[in-house]
Design a protein around this ligand. Structure first.
Ligand code: XMP
Length: 511
């Protein structure tokens, strides 16, 4: 691909993903790699325009502390060491790292030497985010000090001639005033970046590459209506048009009107779009089943059956498209075994389909970049801004046995909740929000009569990676309107509760 490359070497810091996001926001392509999986030779091969060392939890003197060959500093490639990364740079090049007399954590008044290329154009005094118990007490020979705080005399140091920069502070964190500017300065002033990572460029090169790769071959894609598969479909349709067949298995557990919305969104595209209406098939298999794992298993298997039956009608395909995105494949952490986030899309990899190769056109992108690409490809806002939705759909948001009646109740209640969240302007701030139909009934009173109906739970979470989550602080007035509308407009619900647990210990979904 024809764009500049910045290598981020991961030393286990908690903000490594954030650094990558910030670099890309500056219009520069970067990848995060574990420090111990990259030899100097590998780095030379990659030919990055700059290298960033992330922070990390260890002390450079600790047992088994991450280290790096000093040769990396002889490659004439600019290096920016952040936090542990700056201590490692100092330590490797002959400086000294010691335990802080007073550790710094949080917002810290910092003084910058703005004649440094790194700090050009920023305020001489500003707040930065610090999080360290070690500090660089002596900078290596040939380096000069360029920033300080009350308890950290060498908050930044550099050897401008060798293009080596160390900063104890975290420029990637929002709390660091001018943090993005500091990263921007490193990329543009020091590494000579030109900002060639744009979605327009990406779309163009991808389309061209896919066309060349696919030739006149047949391509198959499983479409769920989620952001990733929809954007992948849009990209492929621009690249190979009617050579693409999208199979959308509608299991009947989509949110209200969602199946039709997905069909509507793709109906004018120059592709083969197949919607399989399989609700009856799924419902019959789920009849009387209430155990969550059994439900999931049945849905997963049935999904594969449907997909397979349709795929067989097409015959042999040359390429299968997967909507894998960067966080799904990224090797995070620095242990020997790479941790790969497990993601559980219904369908997974259908290994029974006869295909030659897999195409993963989004594998370099973060979620927000996938959305930008969707906009670039003129995909509708409803698809681009769709919140994550579990493969088994509402089937795992109806606690216990699924019936047609419960499905309708949940679809209607969930619809009202979503409508009110959008009205309150909260739909892009809360990362996932939905209703759950519990299996609990309780006593209520409506008019003059006693009721004995279902309890509906509302759930809203904010999260960065869906591995941990906080419950969303939805204003009481919004919740009040939702509760009142749901009880009045949807039959069979007489009580609405809001889930205020975080993940962990709870999970986002209830089943
Ligand atoms: P949990 O409930 O594990 O959910 O905290 C984390 C995120 O994953 C979604 N989720 C799924 N996504 N297939 C999916 O594609 C599934 O089976 C599935 N189960 C949970 C969930 O909605 C949340 O965003």
């Amino acid at each position: 691909m024809t764009h500049q490359y910045v290598l981020i070497l991961d030393f286990g810091g908690q903000y490594n993903q954030l650094i990558a996001r910030r670099v890309r926001e500056c219009g520069v392509y970067c990848e995060v790699k574990p420090y111990n999986k990259m030899s100097v030779e590998d780095i030379k091969q990659l030919d990055p325009v700059g290298i960033i060392f992330t922070g990390g939890p260890q002390s450079v003197y600790g047992d088994g502390a991450p280290s790096i060959s000093s040769e990396i500093f002889e490659l004439s490639i600019p290096v920016l060491g952040i936090c542990y990364g700056c201590q490692l740079m100092a330590h490797t090049l002959g400086g000294k790292v010691e335990t802080c007399v007073t550790s710094e954590y949080g917002k810290t008044e910092t003084e910058y030497d703005t004649s440094s290329l790194l700090f050009r154009g920023i305020d001489e005094k500003a707040v930065s985010w610090m999080s360290h118990t070690d500090y660089v007490s002596e900078i290596p020979q040939g380096f000069k000090n360029t920033a300080r705080t009350e308890n950290c005399p060498n908050a930044a140091f550099e050897n401008a001639e060798r293009k080596l920069y160390g900063i104890q502070l975290h420029p990637e964190v929002n709390h660091t005033q001018n943090g993005s500017k500091i990263l921007h300065n490193f990329l543009y002033n020091v590494c000579g970046c030109v900002g060639d990572w744009t979605m327009e460029n990406f779309a163009e090169t991808q389309i061209k590459e896919i066309r060349e790769r696919v030739g006149s071959g047949k391509v198959l894609l499983g479409l769920s209506g989620g952001v990733d598969s929809s954007v992948a479909a849009a990209l492929l349709s621009k690249a190979v048009g009617s050579q693409l067949t999208c199979i959308f298995v509608d299991h009947g557990f989509m949110r209200k009107n969602e199946g039709d919305e997905v069909e509507e969104a793709f109906k004018d595209w120059d592709i083969n779009f197949i919607r399989v209406n399989a609700k009856n098939q799924f419902m019959s298999k789920l009849n009387g089943v209430s155990d969550p794992e059994t439900k999931r298993k049945i849905i997963g298997e049935e999904f594969i059956r449907c997909f397979e039956a349709e795929a067989k009608k097409i015959g042999t395909v040359d390429y299968l498209v997967q909507g894998t995105i960067y966080p799904d494949i990224i090797e995070s952490g620095t242990g020997d075994a790479a941790v790969i986030k497990s993601h559980h899309n219904v369908g997974g990899l259908p290994d029974y389909v006869d295909f030659k190769e897999i195409i993963e056109p989004l594998r370099l992108l973060f979620k927000d970049e996938v959305r930008k690409l969707g906009q670039e490809l003129e995909l509708s806002d409803t698809l681009v801004w769709r919140q994550p939705f579990p493969g088994p759909g509402l089937a795992i948001r109806i606690i216990g046995e699924i019936t047609d009646e419960k499905l309708t109740i949940l679809q209607d209640a969930d619809w009202i909740f979503r409508e009110e969240i959008a009205k309150a302007g909260l739909d892009r701030g809360i990362h996932q929000y939905f209703a759950v139909l519990t299996s609990m009934r309780s006593v209520g009173v409506m008019g003059d009569g006693r009721t004995y109906d279902y309890t509906l739970a509302l759930r809203g979470v904010t999260t960065t990676d869906f591995m941990t989550a906080d419950f969303a602080k939805i204003p009481y007035e919004v919740l009040e309107t939702c509760a009142s509308r749901i009880v009045n407009e949807v039959g069979n619900i007489n009580r609405v509760v809001y889930d205020i647990t975080t993940k962990p210990p709870a999970t986002i979904e209830w089943e």
